[in-house]
Structure formats: C-alpha cells, structure tokens
Design a protein around this ligand. Structure first.
Ligand SMILES: Cc1cn([C@H]2C[C@H](O)[C@@H](COP(=O)(O)OP(=O)(O)OP(=O)(O)O)O2)c(=O)[nH]c1=O
Length: 189
C-alpha cells in the first residue's frame, strides 16, 4: 500500500515530508476552474476530489491518494493562481488592508472510498503601497500561488495576522489531513 500525493505543488510535498510521512508524488492532470458558480468551500473540495480521483484511476488497489486545492476568497470572490503579473497586481491590490479567507479542500481516496473536508483560515493583510506590490511581484513569488502571495516566503511581510491553521495557507492543512487519513486507517501520529 502506497500513500500518493496527487499534487505538483512543492509546498504540499514539503509539508507532508515535515510530518515524516512516506509518500510518492503523482501529479494529476485535472485542470482547475475557479469561475464555477459554487460556494467557495464546495469548489475547493470538488477540485481536490477531482485531482485525487484522476490519480486514483492509475493507482494500485489499496493505495491511498491525497488531493488538495487551495483558493483565496475575498468578499465571496475566488482568487486562484494569477495568470500573469497584471493579474497578480489586481489580486494584491484588492487584498491590501483587507481580511480574506484561505480555503484548502482535501480529498483522500482509497478504492471506492472517498473522504473529504476543508480548512479555512482568515488572513489580514496590512495596507500595501503600489511600490511594495510592484517590488513583491518582481520577486517572482506570486506566480504559482493562490491569491498571488506565499506566507511562507517574502509574502510573510504582507500579512498582519492570521486566525486558523497556518499549514492550510501554505496548501495542506495537516491536522485536517490527519483526521481524514485516520478515517481510512492511517495514523500519522
Ligand atoms: C496563499 C498561499 C498559497 N500557496 C500555494 C499553495 C498551492 O501550491 C497554490 C495553490 O494552487 P493549487 O491549485 O491549490 O495547487 P497547485 O496547482 O500548486 O498544485 P496541484 O494542483 O498539482 O496540487 O498556492 C502558497 O504556497 N502559499 C500561500 O501563502
């Protein structure tokens, strides 16, 4: 039995390594669509499930597949990964001085069994000047991150405070994951 992380995200891989879990990576080819008209948490869970199921098709019987999807939500508006620098600027300008939610949907699949959940963390940004936004975009960090920032990187300088799970913001809420894994018989601690 293998534990398979259905993700190309290096952040998710690092978080799973951090807790000493032995796993292999198989990125899914599911393409996200954050414009779907669904409540944000449902959207994240649905996409996490689709990523895990796409990989589960190729897995061996008994393997456990983990899928995750992280989105940023501001006033009901969903921000995925920015498509370009302009998009990153639009996202960071809207997030400046405001509180938003980061939601990560999670799915754990084993055979016909699918368990899902999500974590939500509130993140308060400080007010950013246009120059700071420009300089932050120039670091290249926003490129592949939901909401165009990375709290684990230079983006830490944008965040005034958070309420909720930190690892959820980075892309893999570990306590929520541990709960789902225990439902399929895997004890992480
Ligand atoms: C808000 C935030 C997001 N992120 C990242 C985590 C995710 O990798 C990414 C959100 O994109 P996702 O679409 O959830 O994941 P992904 O495309 O990177 O990987 P895959 O679909 O193969 O699993 O944003 C950070 O690293 N730090 C942060 O502070």
């Amino acid at each position: 039995m293998a534990i398979i992380l259905a993700s190309a995200s290096p952040r998710r891989q690092q978080l799973l390594e951090q807790i000493g879990c032995a796993f292999v990576v198989m990125a899914s080819d599911f393409s996200e669509d954050n414009t779907l008209d669904l409540p944000a948490a449902e959207l994240a869970v649905m996409q996490a499930k689709a990523k895990a199921l796409a990989v589960a098709e190729k897995a061996n019987a008994g393997d456990i597949v983990i899928g995750a999807d992280t989105i940023v939500v501001l006033d009901g508006q969903v921000f995925g990964k920015p498509v370009d620098k302009e998009d990153a600027c639009r996202m960071l300008t809207s997030l400046s001085g405001r509180k938003h939610q980061v939601i990560t949907g999670l799915a754990v699949v084993q055979g016909n069994r699918v368990v899902t959940d999500y974590a939500m963390t509130a993140v308060q940004f400080r007010t950013l000047s246009a120059t700071e936004i420009e300089r932050y975009i120039a670091t290249g960090e926003p490129e592949d991150k939901a909401g165009a920032y990375a709290i684990q990187g230079v983006g830490a300088l944008l965040v005034e405070n958070i309420c909720g799970c930190y690892t959820n913001i980075v892309g893999l809420p570990l306590v929520t994951l541990a709960r789902l894994m225990s439902e399929v018989g895997v004890v992480l601690l």
